[in-house]
Design a protein around this ligand. Structure first.
Ligand code: SF4
Length: 185
């Protein structure tokens, strides 16, 4: 059968990155296994730790952020994603409510730095001043610094939930992840 008359579906342009997280949400993305092949027909990953691109394009359809906002670097990345992505997704509990990274909010930043870089270190204990992005005073969820369109809780969200969200977006619908997600699951 000739396919000349059939048009290739438009791919949605997706960008992802991780902020202060453990990369587990991205691993759950990969857990979609063979469904990734079907996804590749309908989405183009234009920037992500999962692919070899170094620059976030100016125009992206869907931006997906894992992790919370803990450093100045996280803050800048979240702002840039918000500016360049039509829809912004908070992926995972760290992005949605701060989760593990926000546990340091119970302590003063100076005490946290001391604990990590001086008290528990035997070889050249010192607070880093170069190469490491400066930490913010408190950790925030993504929507604490930029507006978020879609929240996908879970630690990590199940691959089925991520599949549901992306499938709905591909069809041009705004997904409602509340039926397929729960915090901590
Ligand atoms: S939500 Fe859980 S899996 Fe995802 S980055 Fe945070 S700790 Fe890791």
């Amino acid at each position: 059968m000739s396919t000349d008359h059939m048009s290739t579906p438009t791919k949605i342009r997706v960008a992802t990155t991780w902020l202060d997280g453990c990369s587990g949400c991205h691993m759950s993305f990969l857990d979609m296994d063979e469904r990734l092949i079907a996804l590749a027909e309908r989405i183009e990953i234009v920037y992500s730790p999962l692919v070899d691109t170094k620059e976030l394009p100016e125009q992206v359809d869907v931006g997906i952020l894992e992790g919370s906002i803990s450093s100045e670097d996280d803050l800048e990345k979240a702002k840039t994603f918000r500016k360049r992505c039509k829809l912004l997704v908070s992926l995972g509990d760290c992005a949605v409510n701060g989760n593990v990274p926000s546990m340091r909010n119970h302590f003063k930043l100076a005490d946290v730095m001391d604990r990590a870089y001086r008290e528990n270190v035997t070889l050249q204990p010192q607070i880093p001043t170069r190469e490491v992005p400066a930490l913010l005073g408190t950790v925030k969820p993504i929507h604490g610094v930029v507006p978020v369109d879609i929240f996908v809780p879970g630690c990590p969200p199940r691959a089925d939930a991520i599949w549901h969200v992306l499938s709905e977006l591909i069809e041009g619908r705004i997904p409602d992840p509340s039926q397929v997600t729960r915090f901590g699951a």
